[in-house]
Write a protein of this length. Structure first.
Length: 316
């Protein structure tokens, strides 16, 4: 069924297009959280996930813009229909196929939270709107192929440059993370937990409960361990000394993360050690720091290689 009123058909077409474009923008604004949500499915590596999410956002944005501008209407119409149908089926099968938290399916990033049921309803509503969009009002334009190609390339470049995947960011910036090692060793000794923090290979996480990227980093590390069958027993955490224990517990529990062994440093000491940057990850082998990372540079390859070697050693 189609509506033969040009104005109503155009309004519905533009509405669906704007929803697609808005969805792409809001996903991109929350790209770090969206990356983790997709990675949680345990289908791809972190690098592949970061590439896939940006390609998905690019495709969604291109479909939205071309639908609004009425470019290649017939092809775009079926592409939009296909994407809505595909993701609706995915939502229906999500609890059967994947062990992921579906409280937010990231249709609109973290700005508008939709759970699995709400996401399905949203998709079905858009599909109903498309049913009443008439393609008979589409008039092919001579320049639309060039414009569509230019828009696609521009959106793709923005997606991979403004918030670049971790592997591209580290390749370009080669950022070096500096800590005051002697001050760290002294603070650890004074904490009374030196033995627990220097036994074997451990990833020591320097967090603040009020730091957004620390929360995302804790979830990222937890997923890296889970997806690669690595033990969380090799993780330690350090917080500021004035942080309530209840806040630390909530920091982990609200994200369904195992509470690691942790200690506290004085706030001024903590900031001097990390040069005021958080989070910082220290790869410690019997107390010797072999590698340092932050949220972006914390790579799956480094974690697996470091803790995987630890597992091999313990099995010998």
């Amino acid at each position: 069924m189609v509506i033969h009123n040009k104005h109503i058909s155009s309004i519905l077409r533009i509405l669906v297009g704007l929803v697609f474009a808005t969805s792409a923008i809001l996903k991109y604004v929350s790209i770090d959280a969206f990356d983790l949500f997709v990675y949680e499915h345990n289908l791809f590596s972190v690098s592949a996930t970061e590439t896939l999410t940006r390609l998905l956002i690019t495709a969604e944005a291109v479909l939205g813009v071309t639908l609004v501008l009425n470019l290649h209407a017939r092809v775009v119409y079926y592409a939009v229909w296909g994407s809505l149908a595909t993701f609706t089926v995915y939502m229906l099968l999500l609890p059967v196929l994947f062990d992921v938290n579906a409280e937010n399916c990231y249709c609109f990033g973290e700005t508008i939270v939709l759970n699995r049921t709400q996401s399905i309803i949203k998709n079905l509503t858009l599909m109903v709107c498309l049913v009443f969009v008439s393609r008979r009002f589409y008039i092919r334009k001579k320049w639309e192929t060039q414009l569509t190609a230019a828009l696609s390339v521009a959106i793709l470049v923005v997606a991979f440059v403004v918030k670049a995947p971790g592997y591209l960011y580290t390749a370009v910036h080669r950022e070096k993370i500096q800590i005051d090692a002697s001050m760290y060793e002294t603070a650890l000794l004074n904490s009374g937990k030196e033995e627990k923090f220097t036994a074997g290979r451990q990833i020591i996480c320097m967090y603040s409960v009020s730091c957004m990227y620390c929360r995302k980093s804790a979830l990222k590390l937890n997923l890296l361990l889970k997806n690669n069958n690595l033990s969380a027993d090799n993780v330690r955490a350090i917080f500021w000394s004035d942080t309530p224990h209840e806040a630390i517990h909530e920091f982990f529990y609200e994200q369904n993360i195992f509470l690691p062994e942790y200690t506290m440093f004085r706030a001024d000491t903590f900031l001097l050690i990390t040069n005021g940057r958080m989070p910082v990850f220290l790869f410690s082998d019997n107390g010797k720091i072999l590698h340092k990372a932050n949220y972006i540079t914390l790579s799956e390859k480094d974690v697996v290689r470091f803790l995987g070697n630890n597992l091999e050693s313990s099995n010998k």
